[in-house]
Design a protein around this ligand. Structure first.
Ligand SMILES: Cc1cc2nc3c(=O)[nH]c(=O)nc-3n(C[C@H](O)[C@H](O)[C@H](O)COP(=O)(O)OP(=O)(O)OC[C@H]3O[C@@H](n4cnc5c(N)ncnc54)[C@H](O)[C@@H]3O)c2cc1C
Length: 417
């Protein structure tokens, strides 16, 4: 196994004695890291940390991995962002997903990457003008393959759009994956780096000694660690509070509707977003998946999020505006062909994640707050976390630092769904 020189030289810090008689300490000189949470972010992090040479244990409360927010996701991935940092970051993630099997040396592992594109459509002159400027900006920042389309050219290419559609931006290499298959791939590759996954193991609280986080309390005993990484999705802020840390993260409910097989849906279509309202849909096998981030107040973190049954009608009306075939789908829809789910975005003030050490709480790290972009951001975020922990990226070069300027001022990403 390759160990970066920095890690080879590193000595284990002297830690206070803890009762960890049940989970045994392994005979290693590598720093031990506990990752809390087995969603796509925690599992991808465990992989990159294991690959970097750390001794990694992932604790997941549920009986299986990926059952919370990751399971509720629309699984869509795109590099079309407005902030240059996010453009670069998502480009890295999408390149990783494009070559997932090779990256992880898992021949034949298929994450179902459908590169059918992302289409942001508008009926509004002012938004069309902004789209044109945005595409020029994206081209100037390394995303040369975004197209600006209008009028005839737009309707010829995407004939299912309503006549009112004025302009759009399109990038073919965006699309969607199976987040579940990606998570399983990361898990398999992580195991090769001796990462250990502990299911049905809830982190009850963080253990703080002398101002430092030194471990985690679980129902089965205390776990000692050199660093604890919070990747607990909507539960991240709640766990941080057990170490007297306030993270600016809030869970907000979001819905997803999946429609089973229906002939009226163009299955070749890209993810299609009404940029005037935010309502969006994409093909899903012989059917489709729909979502719409309606304004909703933050709520406490939940293991089971109850959906609003009326969301299905609202979102279908929402996507119908620019894609009239949805009227036919709605009129012929059978009840047993509609699947409504809800999960919680973990939202930060600027809609960008928090990745890195928590200020004034040595030993505590966080990777959360993806604000609806965690599936697409997972590879690059987890790589960044591992690089920071291994000292391969200086903290000053971390654009997603927990104490970054502008975070609270919400001067963040504009292309949020
Ligand atoms: C409706 C909807 C649609 C979305 N669509 C997209 C999309 O198209 N593209 C995209 O990129 N993102 C999308 N997202 C966002 C994406 O799903 C999340 O950003 C991503 O799944 C976050 O992953 P995570 O691992 O951080 O969190 P989670 O998947 O929530 O994982 C956290 C894990 O931590 C565990 N945990 C919590 N507390 C504890 C504890 N105390 N001890 C042990 N384990 C604990 C949980 O059980 C869970 O397994 C969507 C989200 C929703 C809700």
């Amino acid at each position: 196994m390759y160990f970066p020189p920095l890690l080879q030289a590193q000595k284990r810090p002297v830690l206070p004695r803890l009762d960890h008689s049940r989970p045994k300490r392994y005979d290693t000189l590598m720093p031990r890291i506990l990752v809390i949470g087995g969603g796509i972010i925690g599992v991808a992090s465990a992989y990159f940390l294991g690959k970097a040479g750390f001794e990694v244990h992932l604790l997941e409360r549920e009986i299986t991995l990926g059952a919370l927010t990751t399971a509720a996701s629309l699984q869509a991935v795109r590099a079309q962002f407005a902030d240059p940092v996010n453009i670069a970051f998502m480009k890295e993630s999408l390149s990783f997903y494009e070559t997932f099997a090779q990256q992880l040396d898992l021949p034949d592992h298929d994450i179902g990457f459908h590169q059918q594109g992302y289409l942001f459509v508008t009926t509004d002159e002012a938004i069309a003008a902004r789209q044109r400027d945005r595409v020029a900006f994206q081209h100037a920042h390394g995303l040369e393959d975004v197209e600006y389309l209008e009028g005839e050219a737009l309707h010829r290419r995407f004939p299912y759009l309503a006549g009112e559609a004025l302009a759009a931006t399109f990038r073919q290499r965006d699309g969607w994956i199976s987040a579940h298959e990606a998570l399983l791939g990361f898990r398999q590759a992580a195991r090769r780096h001796n990462v250990r996954f502990h299911l049905q193991t809830e982190a009850l609280s963080l253990i703080v000694r002398g101002g430092r986080v030194v471990g985690v309390r679980t129902p089965a005993g205390d776990w000692e660690a050199d660093a604890v990484v919070l990747a607990a999705g909507p539960f991240t802020a709640q766990l941080a509070r057990t170490a007297d840390v306030e993270l600016p993260l809030q869970p907000v409910r979001r819905h997803r509707v999946v429609i089973g097989e229906h002939d009226a849906i163009p299955h070749w279509a890209p993810m299609t977003i009404d940029e005037d309202t935010g309502a969006h849909w994409r093909p899903e096998g012989p059917g489709a998946a729909l979502a719409w981030a309606e304004p909703e107040a933050p709520s406490p973190p939940q293991r089971h999020v109850s959906p609003d049954p009326n969301f299905t009608f609202r979102v279908m009306e929402g996507v119908y505006r620019l894609c009239p075939f949805w009227l036919e789908v709605a009129e012929t829809l059978k009840r047993d062909n509609v699947f409504l789910h809800a999960g919680q975005y973990t939202v930060s003030p600027d809609h960008n994640p928090l990745i890195g050490p928590v200020p004034d709480r040595p030993g505590l790290w966080v990777i959360s707050g993806f604000s609806g972009h965690g599936v697409m951001a997972a590879p690059a975020s987890a790589r960044l976390l591992a690089d920071l922990l291994a000292g391969r990226v200086p903290e000053d070069d971390n654009p997603y630092a927990v104490d970054r300027p502008g975070l609270e001022a919400a001067e963040g990403e504009k292309m949020v769904l």
